[in-house]
Design a protein around this ligand. Structure first.
Ligand code: 3PG
Length: 318
């Protein structure tokens, strides 16, 4: 394995270098290089590590003659043309096992913050305002949670929810849920989710199929007013539609860790002049926002690289 070389193009926990070097693989820092400079050097490497700094598209992949793998330090693969990579014999690896617990806990945190008015109550007490009746909370107990997407993230969220006395429905088009591992989850149709959900949580990747999946007509199919949690990808939700549903009261509240207005790398909001829907969200009492940190804990930072390094080592052993 001594001749294998990996190029890091995104910042990553230092344990990665240690584990990779220990396995006899050379690890070079390319975080300071531009995409063009990386392309110039790409044929010196067997693998590349990336988070979401830039798109690995056809133009990039067409320059790769030696690359054996693309290792995504995280979960979402939407910035990588995975299909084309596979056609070129390049294996794409990710590490959702490393940040699923973080996402599950973050979703619970947002939900509890909303249900117990913690954002407002905290701000009020700091101003010497002591309102008890106005800040009376709502319990999760007895609610029906509809999870869309039951991969690493959706299942981790369900696992964290277990102790709250909620009913958990899960819809996943591609996964058959193992009832031995998840006896407290009912796999169901989308129609049942529409009919019975009180709290909707999205845990699907961003693909052509899921882009704007949650739009006006999707929202209109719910039979009850719902709460929405999005820790997946901003573009899965049509924010205009969400704004309209919030205004109409058919969405009671939204917990959003991701926004459709993020840049490709998630490091900033894309637009200088944000659209009306964004302006609405930021002033709304019905919305809890966080800057795409659901999967970002101190623990997940390290767990992601441990998972990723192990997968790379196993791959290169083959
Ligand atoms: C992920 O897909 O792992 C998260 O959304 C975080 O991605 P990032 O580390 O590339 O920002």
């Amino acid at each position: 394995m001594a001749t294998h070389k990996v190029l890091l193009v995104d910042t990553i926990h230092p344990v990665f270098n240690h584990l990779i070097n220990q396995a006899g693989i050379q690890c070079d820092d390319g975080t300071h290089l531009s995409k063009e400079e990386i392309i110039e050097r790409i044929n010196e490497y067997d693998g590349i590590e990336i988070r979401s700094r830039f798109k690995i598209d056809k133009a990039f992949l067409d320059q790769c003659n030696r690359l054996k793998f693309i290792a995504r330090a995280g979960a979402g693969m939407e910035n990588i043309d995975v299909k084309l990579a596979y056609e070129k014999g390049i294996v794409c690896i990710n590490a959702p096992e490393g940040n699923r617990d973080a996402v599950g806990e973050h979703a619970i945190g947002m939900l509890l913050m909303f249900f117990n008015h913690l954002k407002r109550a905290d701000a009020e007490v700091r101003q010497g305002i002591w309102k008890r009746e106005e800040n009376r909370g709502t319990e999760l107990q007895g609610k029906t949670v509809g999870i869309i997407g039951f991969g690493n993230m959706g299942s981790a969220f369900a696992e964290k929810l277990k102790g709250f006395g909620v009913r958990i429905l899960a819809y996943d088009k591609y996964i058959t849920i193992d009832q031995t591992n998840f006896p407290y989850v009912t796999q169901t149709t989308l129609e049942t989710v529409f009919e019975q959900t009180d709290i909707l949580s999205l845990h699907i990747p961003l693909t052509a199929e899921t882009n704007y999946l949650v739009n006006d007509s999707f929202f209109q199919q719910f039979k009850k007013p719902i709460y929405v949690i999005n820790t997946a990808r901003g573009k899965v939700v049509d924010t205009n539609a969400l704004m309209n549903q919030l205004k109409a009261g058919s969405v009671i509240g939204a917990c959003l860790d991701v926004l459709e207005y993020e840049s490709i790398s998630f490091e900033q909001l894309a637009h200088a002049n944000m659209p009306e829907a964004f302006q609405y969200l930021v002033q709304s009492e019905k919305v809890i926002l966080s800057p795409h940190i659901g999967g970002w804990t101190h623990e997940s930072n390290e767990k992601i690289v441990r998972v990723l390094a192990e997968k790379i080592i196993q791959l290169l052993k083959k």
